[in-house]
Design a protein around this ligand. Structure first.
Ligand SMILES: [Zn+2]
Length: 90
C-alpha cells in the first residue's frame, strides 16, 4: 500500500477536502492539488460555497468553551446569598 500523500487518489483527497476546509487547513497547498487539475477546480467550488456559507452564518461556530464560560458565570453568580443563609437579620 502506498500511503504517500502526493499519490493519494482523487476519491481519498475529496473525502478529506471538506474536513481540511472546515479546519482552516490550506488545502490549496496540498500535494494532490498541485498535480490534479480536477481537484483544484473542485476546491475552488467548495471554497466558493464555504465563503457563501460564512456570509450567511457569520456567527455560527460550535464552541464548547462558550458554554463553559456561561456555566462558570452562572456558578459564580454573586446573587446566590439565599443559599448561604436565609435568615432575616436586622
Ligand atoms: Zn484529484
Amino acid at each position: 500500500m502506498t500511503a504517500d500523500r502526493s499519490t493519494m487518489s482523487c476519491a481519498e483527497f475529496q473525502a478529506k477536502l471538506p474536513e481540511m476546509i472546515a479546519s482552516g487547513e490550506n488545502a490549496a497547498s496540498h500535494p494532490h492539488i498541485q498535480s490534479c487539475e480536477l481537484c483544484r477546480a473542485l476546491l475552488a467550488d467548495l471554497e466558493t460555497i464555504a465563503e457563501a456559507a460564512r456570509q450567511l452564518f457569520p456567527a455560527v461556530e460550535p464552541r464548547e468553551e462558550l458554554w463553559e464560560q456561561i456555566e462558570s458565570a452562572i456558578r459564580n453568580d454573586p446573587g446566590d446569598k439565599d443559599a448561604a443563609g436565609n435568615k432575616h437579620t436586622g
